[in-house]
Structure formats: structure tokens, C-alpha cells
Ligand binder design. Structure first.
Ligand code: UN1
Length: 497
């Protein structure tokens, strides 16, 4: 029997109050990975209470001190990078090199936010009255609720946990139900690095656990990454309770390849962005918008390279494409093959499960040819190893097709012309734009997030992460020793001091 993954509340590993559990399975081998506490509202409430108790002291801990703990977290993560990566591959399927990259993002974020402990900049500005001083400070908020997905089980939580901590908040975190074991190992690293008990609490479970967290009155901020459906539900519920919400949801990202592009470079980038993480990144490329002249050669190069990809169990270092996360995800990808056929799409390669793998939720990397921008396969997020190829005549048409979808996370253009590149930067309406690089690989020191249906205008990572986890406090200090009324007395007292 696999070990039970428990909740981490107030510094203790505890089972769910109900005693109920659920199981998780390795998506490549279908073997049991873990038995997991199935938490409910009572567990969430216990975690919130622990967070409230710890918040009292944590908010008063000087930010540079909080930063030192984050540097120790970075060290703890470095020490167990391989262990975390292996468990991640076993639990959700991404290939081991990518799992290492996932952990590395958390290490990078720990260093970045650790340094922020000595900045966390506010500002001063001139004030209207004599002998008066004004400043704006970033203040902690209290208890933040984090709801994170399985596809980046360490990186994405780190984008939320580390900034929330440096800003002085206490946390209740509900990870994806497919990745509780690696989440527990990640939480343990914070404990081992000396984070005070109760500052970070982990509550594992499924949808109802997340709902209880979103609805808990003491949780003032919700940061969510996941599917659009769930995200909008979270937003609606949290808005009714007056909470601040950060949302990162779906994508339908495109790479544009113009006739003057470096073909080799473009082909490699497309392959990696479309099929890396088995297409299960919110930044994954799921559309190729290609100019007519370069299309035949590029498509040929892509088919050839796609055929050579090794699909299999990601712990094997030679495997390039792992399984989908679970049966449901596989069924969804499979169902889009029928959608594609119904729309008259030409399946150039893939389109089915691999014949040589009889276990695991594998699907062959798939290229859809002759796609037009109005088709469902060009508009809906499939979240699997599937790329739709759309032909265009001009750069302007390519930009229009890129922008004309419900999502706006990441886009990319391949061109050797600097003028065209800058026009694309100006006109592509996504939150992230790449020139001569695929749509994945965002770094943690820049804002991460998307326009349109991808989000709600908030951004994660970089300096913008601080906006999610602080409130501004404007402070006025009057040292005149008299009653001053701005806008009324200013003229009268000019000349005095
Ligand atoms: C995600 O898929 O939710 O830019 C995050 C990237 C990674 C993060 C992806 N750094 O592809």
C-alpha cells in the first residue's frame, strides 16, 4: 500500500478529518502512486485558522529576514531537485529533463523573491501642504488561497507561494488532484528551510476542497491557475465575496512563420513548443500560422521531425514525449480527432495512440493540415500534442489570425527582418510575445499572464507578482503642528512655514 499523502496544517502532517482518501496513478505505467487525503471544508478551515495564527508573527518579521528564509528554500530545492523531478515524472508524466526545468523555475523564483525582501519598493511623492510627508507602502493582506494545476506542479505554485510569502502573507494551498505527492514534497522543503509553522499550509483534495478555500470568508485573495471553466467559476464565487483574484487560464498560442524565416530554427522551435510537456502547457503552441511560400518545406520538415520523436515513459532519458496526465485528458485529445475529421482536416501524422505502448495514456504527436481559422481545432484549447497548421498570405493576415481567438497568452513570430519583428511586437495582442523563439520558456523575472480569456488582467511573476499579494497603504505624516486642510489652506499659508 502506498504511503498516505496528508495535509500539512500548522506544521503537522495530518489526515483529512473525514478519514476519506483517493488514489493517484502513474500516467505512463498506470501503477498506484499514492493514496491521498480527501479534504473537505473542515480541513480547509483548520488550515485557515493555522494560517491566521501564524500570520500575526510572520507579517511583523522584517522582509529581509523573510527573504533569508526564501534563500534557504532555494537551497533546499537545489538539494532535492532530482528527487522532486523524478516524483513529478512518475506522478504526472512529463519527461525527466522537463521535470528538472520545472523545479529549476521554483529555485529561480526563490532567489528572485528572496532578493525582493530587501526591496519590496514603495514610493514617496511630494505632498500639497507644507511640513507634511507622504509615502505609499506595500502591505501584506493576510491569508491567501492558492489553487494550482498539475501541469507545472512545482513551478506554478512557486510563482504564487514565494511572492505571497515575501509580501508577509500566510498561505493555504490546494494543489492539483493529480499531483499531491510532489506537492507534499515541495511543501516539506519549506518546512526544512525553517519557514515558521502555519505560514504555509497544504490541503490536498479535489474540486470541493478548492471550492471550500475560495468560499472561506477569512481568505481575502485567491490566486488560481487552471482550466477556463473552473477559473471563471472561482472568479464568480470569489467576486461575490469581494475577494481579489488572480487568474491564469487557457491558451491557444500560435507561432507565425514568415517566408523570410530561418526554417531550421522555426521547425525546431515549433516541435519543442507544440509537443514539449505533451502539449500540456498553457503556453504550448497549438497553432502554426505559416506564410504560403515557406509552407511546403516547413510542413515537410515538421512531419519528418515529428515522426522521429520518441514517445514513452519520461524517466527514460531518451524519451521526448511522455503520456497525457490521465484517462480523461487522453479521451479529450482523442475526441478532437473526430472533430478534425468532421471539419475536413487533413491529419498529416499521428492522430492515434501509439501501437507499441499497451499501457499508459499516450497519444502520438499529431499535425493537422489544411486548417482554417474558423474551425474548432483552430479555436479551442485541446491541451495535448496536437498542432493545427493554418496558411496565410501576408504578415498582416497572420497577426489578425493570431489575435482572433478567445485566449491571449503567448505568441511568436519567425522572421529575419527587424522591421517586421518590431511591427509584430506592436500588433500581437498576447501577454507574452517571442521573436525567433517558441511560445514556451517564460522566465520568472518578467510578468506572466495573458489577455482576453486567458486571465483577468493580473500577472504573475516578476514585479507584477507583488501586485497580486499586497495592498497599497498610503501614509501621510503631518509635522506642521497645526490643522492643515489641503485644497483650502494652501493659498493662505503660502509664505509661512
Ligand atoms: C504553464 O503552462 O502553466 O513558459 C506554465 C513556459 C513555462 C511555464 C508554463 N515557463 O512554458
Amino acid at each position: 500500500m502506498a504511503e498516505l499523502v496528508k495535509n500539512y496544517i500548522g506544521g503537522e502532517w495530518v489526515a483529512a478529518r473525514s478519514g476519506e482518501t483517493f488514489d493517484t496513478f502513474n500516467p505512463a505505467t498506470e501503477e498506484l502512486i499514492a493514496s491521498v487525503a480527501k479534504s473537505g471544508a473542515a480541513d480547509v478551515d483548520a488550515a485557515v485558522k493555522a494560517a491566521q495564527a501564524a500570520y500575526k508573527k510572520w507579517r511583523l518579521t522584517p522582509a529581509p529576514r523573510r527573504g533569508e528564509i526564501l534563500f534557504r528554500v532555494a537551497q533546499a530545492l537545489q538539494d532535492r531537485k532530482e528527487e522532486l523531478a523524478r516524483l513529478m515524472t512518475q506522478e504526472m508524466g512529463k519527461v525527466i529533463t522537463e521535470a528538472r526545468g520545472d523545479v529549476q523555475e521554483a529555485i529561480d523564483m526563490a532567489f528572485y523573491m528572496g532578493g525582493e525582501g530587501r526591496r519590496l519598493l514603495g514610493y514617496t511623492a511630494p505632498v500639497e501642504m507644507p511640513n507634511k510627508f507622504g509615502m505609499a507602502l506595500r502591505d501584506s493582506v493576510g491569508i491567501v488561497g492558492l489553487v494550482t494545476p498539475w501541469n507545472f506542479p512545482v513551478a506554478v505554485p512557486s510563482w504564487k507561494i514565494l511572492p505571497a510569502l515575501i509580501c508577509g502573507n500566510a498561505i493555504v494551498w490546494k494543489p492539483g488532484e493529480d499531483t499531491p505527492a510532489v506537492s507534499a514534497m515541495f511543501a516539506q522543503a519549506f518546512a526544512d528551510a525553517g519557514l515558521p509553522e502555519g505560514v504555509l499550509n497544504l490541503v490536498v483534495g479535489a474540486g470541493e476542497t478548492g471550492a471550500a478555500l475560495v468560499e472561506h470568508p477569512a481568505v481575502r485573495i485567491i490566486s488560481f491557475t487552471g482550466s477556463t471553466n473552473t477559473g471563471l467559476n472561482v472568479y464568480t464565487k470569489a467576486a461575490a465575496l469581494g475577494k481579489k483574484v488572480t487568474l491564469e487560464m487557457g491558451g491557444k498560442n500560435a507561432i507565425i512563420v514568415l517566408d523570410d524565416a530561418n526554417l531550421e530554427l522555426a521547425a525546431e522551435a515549433i516541435l519543442w513548443s507544440a509537443f514539449g510537456t505533451t502539449g500540456q502547457r498553457c503556453t504550448a503552441t497549438s497553432r502554426l500560422i505559416v506564410q504560403r511560400g515557406i509552407k511546403p518545406k516547413l510542413v515537410e520538415a515538421l512531419v519528418e521531425r515529428t515522426r522521429k520523436l520518441t514517445v514513452g515513459y519520461g524517466l527514460d532519458e531518451s524519451v521526448q514525449v511522455g503520456p497525457l496526465v490521465n484517462r480523461k485528458a487522453l479521451d479529450k485529445v482523442q475526441s478532437y480527432m473526430d472533430v478534425a475529421k468532421g471539419e475536413g482536416v487533413n491529419i498529416l501524422i499521428g492522430g492515434s495512440r501509439p501501437k507499441d505502448l499497451d499501457r499508459g495514456h499516450f497519444f502520438l504527436p499529431t499535425l493537422f493540415g489544411d486548417v482554417t481559422p474558423d474551425m474548432r481545432v483552430a479555436r479551442e484549447e485541446i491541451f495535448g500534442p496536437v498542432l493545427s497548421i493554418i496558411e496565410v498570405e501576408t504578415m498582416e493576415e497572420a497577426v489578425e489570425v493570431n489575435n482572433d481567438v478567445a485566449y491571449g497568452l503567448s505568441s511568436s513570430i519567425f522572421t529575419e527582418n527587424v522591421n517586421t519583428a518590431f511591427r509584430a511586437i506592436r500588433d500581437l495582442t498576447t501577454g507574452i510575445v517571442y521573436i525567433n523563439h517558441g511560445t514556451t520558456g517564460a522566465e520568472i523575472q518578467f510578468p506572466f499572464g495573458g489577455t482576453r480569456g486567458t486571465g483577468n488582467g493580473m500577472r504573475e511573476a516578476g514585479q507584477s507578482a507583488l501586485d497580486s499579494f499586497t495592498e497599497w497603504k498610503s501614509v501621510y505624516v503631518d509635522y506642521s503642528g497645526r490643522l492643515q486642510r489641503a485644497q483650502i489652506d494652501t493659498d493662505a499659508i503660502l509664505g509661512e512655514n
